[in-house]
Design a protein around this ligand. Structure first.
Ligand SMILES: Cc1cc2nc3c(=O)[nH]c(=O)nc-3n(C[C@H](O)[C@H](O)[C@H](O)COP(=O)(O)O)c2cc1C
Length: 430
């Protein structure tokens, strides 16, 4: 028989404590966030469909993005127990800079359309967190304004090669004069990808009001208010534009871009040169040989070629091909600090996030980006410790094995070069 009694006030009191309401809306919104997916849910609630889908969507059937995200989950961690992890060092060195942990923020266009605080808020959050921030050629804040607003930060500038090379040179010179030491040349956009959500939403820059967008915006009044009462969108490097994103991109992008352009840019720029959008081992070798200081494995977050290679599956083979001294960055589908652990263990020097940071920005501006970075840092640190690893530098392929799913079937017609396409080599200790 269960013995019962009448509850006493002292016992009840502890359950009846009412949490005071936090009057700071951003803090309140972020207080129960547990991971980046929670932040995405807040972002969706607060942002009209046109900008939200522009961020959240990918090209065509969005297969590249779904596969890349799945690949980060299809891994198995191999922890070393009884390994002391009290004395932690999660930092990483990239181009002689010390970064707080091996994560950086990807270049993304039109950032002030997602949230009025834009690139400056994101750059400041990155600077506070001790990680690099990338300004896009399609950014909505100038090179100089971003540099001025983030004095302690490390900003990189992402370049699309214009049809008019003189304009590209002028941008590189502006970046240099504003103190940028790293240029990222994006090479996976000979033409614009087909983002079907944007087509269906009728997305244009600047956004156009239709009955559908009006209704959608009416449910997100804070975004509309902020959009209408702050500086109109202007671009870091375009003078002005009206049209769809694909029209802007196709007018700018140069379908004739080739490896000679990488060599040409190498001659123009004496800072760090990163080439972004590498998707085969052969191309990783080519840009490395052309003088790039780093290769960035990426399929543009699945926004260009759909059904593209999964960057994570490419990583061990690129590390093998380029050797231990090469600098390798990776992105697409990274949503958790544990993904960053996987990236580093499999041979990357740094993992990069695009959508994850934009979800934070759309959810709560600078504080939202700061939240994403702190959640991902905590996930990174915890995973490292649970693996029995105390330092970023000690992570290796013995800690993370890739599970075989959706990796290419070996094909003798293209697999003649050992380890080139189609095989994930066995783990090796770096
Ligand atoms: C909204 C948005 C805009 C982007 N704009 C650019 C850009 O201007 N230049 C560029 O090199 N990459 C751009 N990207 C691609 C990112 O730099 C990065 O490769 C991609 O977002 C990584 O995948 P993730 O979003 O899953 O992290 C953009 C991505 C998004 C989501």
């Amino acid at each position: 028989m269960t013995q019962r009694r009448i509850p006493r006030w002292q016992d009840l009191r502890q359950f009846l404590q009412v949490k005071p309401i936090d009057l700071d809306g951003k803090r309140r919104r972020l207080s129960s966030v547990a991971d980046v997916w929670d932040i995405r849910r807040i972002a969706r609630r607060r942002t009209p469909a046109v900008p939200f889908d522009y961020v959240d969507g990918a090209a065509e059937g969005e297969v590249s993005l779904r596969r890349a995200r799945q690949a980060w989950r299809d891994v198995e961690f191999h922890p070393a127990v009884l390994s002391p992890v009290g004395d932690l060092d999660v930092s990483q060195t990239i181009f002689d800079h010390r970064v707080a942990f091996p994560l950086g923020i990807c270049p993304t266009g039109f950032v002030r359309m997602m949230n009025h605080e834009g690139e400056i808020a994101a750059g400041q959050a990155a600077a506070d967190a001790g990680v690099p921030y990338n300004l896009s050629t399609m950014g909505t804040t100038s090179l100089e304004d971003l540099a001025g607003a983030t004095p302690g930060g490390w900003n990189w500038f992402q370049l699309y090669l214009w049809k008019d090379r003189e304009r590209s040179v002028a941008l590189v010179e502006r970046a240099k004069a504003a103190g940028y030491d790293t240029i990222v040349l994006t090479v996976d956009c000979p033409v614009a990808g087909a983002r079907l959500r944007d087509v269906r939403n009728g997305m244009t820059i600047p956004p156009r009001l239709t009955p559908k967008t009006f209704l959608n915006g009416a449910l997100r009044p804070a975004w509309v208010w902020n959009f209408l009462t702050t500086e109109p969108l202007r671009f870091a490097s375009l003078d002005s534009w009206n049209g769809t994103v694909a029209e802007i991109a196709n007018a700018m992008f140069d379908p004739t871009i080739s490896i000679e352009d990488v060599e040409w840019l190498r001659e123009q720029w004496d800072g760090n040169l990163v080439v972004k959008g590498i998707q085969t081992v052969t191309d990783a070798r080519r840009v490395h040989d052309a003088g790039a200081d780093a290769v960035w494995l990426s399929n543009h977050g699945g926004r260009q070629l759909d059904r593209a290679p999964i960057p994570l599956h490419l990583l061990p083979r690129v590390r093998e091909a380029l050797g231990d001294d090469a600098t390798i960055l990776i992105d697409t589908g990274i949503m958790n600090g544990a993904d960053v652990v996987t990236a580093i263990a499999q041979g990357a020097d740094m993992a990069m996030i695009g959508r994850a940071y934009l979800y934070g920005l759309m959810a709560a501006g600078r504080e939202g980006v700061a939240k994403v970075l702190s959640v991902m840092r905590a996930e990174y640190t915890r995973t490292l410790q649970l693996l029995g690893v105390a330092r970023t530098a000690d992570l290796g392929p013995q800690h993370v094995r890739l599970l075989r799913r959706l990796s290419p079937i070996p094909d003798p017609r293209v697999d003649d070069a050992p380890n080139d396409e189609g095989r994930i080599p066995l783990a090796r200790t770096r």
